[in-house]
Design a protein around this ligand. Structure first.
Ligand code: ATP
Length: 479
């Protein structure tokens, strides 16, 4: 269970005044603060751009021309949105290996998604019989259970009212307030109930309709904001609604969706969530990451994969061995893109997206998630996305503003026991699924600086915790 951010918003607002230049909300946004001026994403700002916000010529800059360089699907984008468009991927022969840009046809286009998928000949409906229950021993939820009273407590929804949400781009689909407003299909809806998600989080409210509507998305949202579901739901729903693919019988795996993530831990978490969301739908998620033997992952891939969650390094390895082909990828999601770039993955990511056999932008549907929006990410967005919608939930690049911070001086010798006390205290006060206490022992002399933050990263991955801290320090955002 990962951290959630809404609680930290509440905490932060109580304990710390917002700092930094927070972009003001705008036109399309749902939680308007009328006193603020319109927010313009950095890459769309015209004159007077600060050097930090300047983007290279290739990046989209003029307002209204959003974004530039987009590869328009033939027949125009509306054609893709209005229906299903098939395109032959590079190298696809007459075997029927095809790529569909799933416009989704908007909400309600395909009622009860999933029927055709599982029942098709040669489909993987039979996978459901041998699929382990990712919800553990818990009984599958009955439809009439009162989920409002049993909801997942990982997120404090009451803290959402003040969260600024901004969207820009043309024809932005309206946000939804409930999952029921979106036609995700019965099987997926059942799994949402099993997850005890009663209401969508802000990023889900906006991102899901955008992606279901067939649009590319650049989303700035913090860790723990519910991004995983925001990209997984439309992917699973889109796969279920699409024409079942004909995949060549080969040892090569042909995923329909690729989710790139920076670390093994995050990949595993996304995979775990994806398995829950796709439970009993026939859609299969696999994970591939480095630092672990490849053979087990290869065996898993050979059994078939629809959604591949992978770290860039291991995926390159699989591509070079020709054990994975990206030519049927309809959906590409990059999670924590800023972190991937910080970790030096840009060359590999570019190779995967631009130089292998993945369908080009405009044919596949692409979602780029990042907590910050520096110029490197703007460049990536401009290169990878087509006719995209920009969504900012919370204030871009202001993760530390959303986090309650406390500094305590502790004698060197007491550091460990103090840390343990804090962890135990947090555990004792915590409710299941709630976010984590995060600690940082300073590398400065003279005692220890201990700083903890709530609502950012989960327990269970100290490595991840320290990477986040290093990441923030590098960005100079830790004060
Ligand atoms: N709509 C929802 N209702 C209740 N809980 C939710 C909802 N969406 C997500 N959660 C829970 O909130 C927590 C954080 O969500 P999630 O892990 O998807 O965030 P994230 O933004 O993807 O984080 P990360 O950056 O670590 O990937 C998880 O425990 C998840 O189960």
């Amino acid at each position: 269970m990962r951290s959630s951010w809404a609680d930290s918003v509440a905490n932060a607002e109580e304990s710390a005044p917002a700092t930094g230049a927070a972009p003001a909300p705008v036109a399309n946004h749902q939680n308007s603060r009328p006193t603020r001026s319109s927010y313009v994403p950095p890459h769309l700002r015209g004159g007077g751009r600060s050097p930090e916000n300047q983007v290279p010529a290739a990046a989209p800059t003029p307002a209204g021309a959003y974004p530039s360089g987009a590869v328009q699907p033939s027949g125009g984008y509306a054609a893709a949105v209005g229906g299903t468009r098939w395109a032959a991927p590079p190298g696809a022969g007459s075997a029927g290996v095809g790529v569909v840009r799933q416009g989704g046809g908007g909400r309600g286009a395909v009622g009860g998604a999933g029927g055709g998928w599982n029942s098709r000949p040669g489909g993987w409906g039979d996978r459901r019989d041998r699929e382990p229950n990712p919800f553990g021993d818990s009984e599958p939820a009955a439809v009439d259970v009162d989920f409002e009273s049993q909801q997942n407590t990982g997120i404090n929804f009451d803290a959402y009212e003040d969260i600024p949400v901004e969207t820009s781009g043309h024809d932005v689909p309206p946000a939804v307030n409930t999952f029921a407003e979106i036609d995700l299909g019965d099987a997926l809806n059942e799994n949402i109930r099993r997850c005890k998600y009663v209401r969508p989080t802000p990023v889900q409210r906006h991102a899901i309709p955008i992606v279901i509507g067939g649009r590319d998305l650049m989303a700035c949202a913090q860790t723990g904001s519910g991004k995983t579901a925001a990209f997984c739901f439309p992917i699973i729903s889109g796969i279920l609604k699409s024409r079942p693919p004909q995949r060549p019988r080969a040892r090569t795996a042909f995923p329909l969706a690729l989710i790139l993530s920076p670390t093994r831990e995050l990949s595993v978490q996304i995979h775990e969530e994806a398995k829950k969301f796709a439970y009993q739908t026939g859609v299969k998620a696999c994970v591939a990451y480095g630092g672990a033997p490849i053979h087990q992952q290869l065996r898993e891939l050979e059994r078939g994969v629809d959604i591949l969650v992978a770290t860039p390094g291991r995926l390159m390895d699989l591509l070079e061995r020709a054990r994975v082909s990206l030519q049927m990828v309809n959906y590409l999601a990059l999670d924590e893109a800023d972190r991937m770039l910080d970790m030096g993955f840009e060359p590999q990511i570019r190779k995967i997206v631009e130089q292998m056999d993945m369908p080009p932008r405009g044919v596949r549907q692409t979602m780029l998630f990042s907590a910050t929006f520096p110029k490197e990410i703007q460049r990536l967005a401009s290169d990878f996305l087509a006719d995209y919608i920009f969504l900012a939930v919370g204030r871009v690049g202001s993760s530390t503003d959303l986090i309650a911070q406390r500094v305590e001086f502790v004698l060197e010798a007491d550091k460990r026991s103090y840390l343990m006390d804090l962890i135990h205290a947090q555990k004792a006060n915590d409710v299941p699924g709630k976010r984590i206490l995060l600690l940082w022992s300073s590398w400065r002399q003279r005692g220890a600086l201990m700083l903890w933050r709530t609502g950012c990263i989960q327990m269970g991955s100290l490595q991840q915790v320290f990477m986040e801290i290093v990441h923030n320090r590098r960005k100079g955002s830790m004060r």
